[in-house]
Design a protein around this ligand. Structure first.
Ligand code: SAM
Length: 282
């Protein structure tokens, strides 16, 4: 027990977030990053990669609901889904709740993240052994370049654009994503913070606008990423995220959520004015 232990996420050279730690459950260094799982006082178990908060038990539902259910309720019949990254398992867990989904392929580069979460954070990792989840340990960038499979929905659940995640924000990667989506496919990606990373959002949306006929940013509120307001991008070959959303499908699905709902689906695409201004004309 480390009863006086606090950890600080150093988000930048001007901001840090502190969390009270009750116990360190796992600490390792893989080929790609450091991986830590700690038991915190206020947020349950927490996964950190390279000292940055990835998920906490307390608020992971907000992130995973919004990254998975928004595209899966716009696409009318998502059967084959690809998750890139997402080693904690929370996104795959939400994807396979959709009865139309036949297979969720998940390509995570770092086996240590998966193993640590399976052992210590079953809340997110509990479906990783589900037969509908085809877990591949490998580089998502290479996977989309080489696969001959087509996916209805691709979800890029990645870390910030550093190290192996850097290409996941680039044009070549999204060109490959476009090529392995079906003709009505959708890609949703972790889209950073409008408060602190407008530059990353601008460059990601520029790339998506170049490759896809339509792309948008949508937001959600969370507790443990700096700034509270966090985003995903939605890019699509055909479907509009609001006009093609049939809200009735949410109630017909019988699924229950702690964050996502029919009203929030469309509301999430309404951005604060400073974000709209920052992303105008890209
Ligand atoms: N929810 C988290 C966030 O926004 O901070 C991200 C969760 S998940 C843990 C991110 C995962 O992306 C990490 O486990 C990391 O290893 C993985 N990743 C980074 N680059 C990758 C790549 N090129 N291919 C596959 N997975 C990658």
């Amino acid at each position: 027990m480390h009863s006086d232990l606090w950890l600080e996420e150093k988000f930048s050279d001007f901001l840090g977030l502190r969390f009270k730690v009750e116990n360190v459950l796992f600490s390792g260094k893989s080929e790609f990053q450091t991986v830590d799982v700690v038991e915190t006082k206020g947020h349950g178990k927490m996964l950190l990669n390279d000292g940055l908060v990835m998920v906490t038990e307390r608020d992971e539902f907000a992130y995973h609901d919004m990254i998975a259910h928004v595209p899966l309720f716009v696409h009318p019949n998502p059967k084959n889904v690809l998750v890139i990254g997402g080693g904690d398992g929370g996104t795959a867990r939400e994807v396979i709740r959709h009865s139309s989904v036949v297979q969720c392929t998940m390509v995570e580069i770092d086996a240590m993240v998966v193993d640590a979460c399976k052992q210590h954070i079953p809340q997110t990792a509990k479906e990783l052994e589900n037969p509908k989840v085809n877990l591949i340990i490998g580089d998502g960038v290479k996977f989309v370049k080489e696969t001959t499979e087509k996916f209805d929905v691709i979800i890029v659940d990645s870390t910030d654009p550093i190290g192996p995640a850097q290409p996941l924000f680039g044009e070549e990667f999204y060109q490959d994503v476009f090529n392995c989506l079906t003709e009505d496919g959708i890609v949703v990606s972790q889209g950073e913070s409008s408060w602190y990373a407008m530059d990353i959002q601008q460059s990601l949306l520029k790339v998506l606008n170049k490759v896809f006929p339509q792309s948008y940013l949508y937001s959600f509120s969370n507790l443990t990423y700096p700034g509270g307001l966090w985003s995903f991008t939605f890019a699509s070959k055909r479907y509009h995220p609001i006009n093609d959303f049939q809200a009735q499908r949410v109630s017909d699905s019988g699924l229950e959520f702690d964050y996502y709902n029919q009203q929030l689906h469309s509301a999430a695409f309404a951005l604060p004015s400073f974000a709209k201004k920052g992303l105008k004309g890209l």
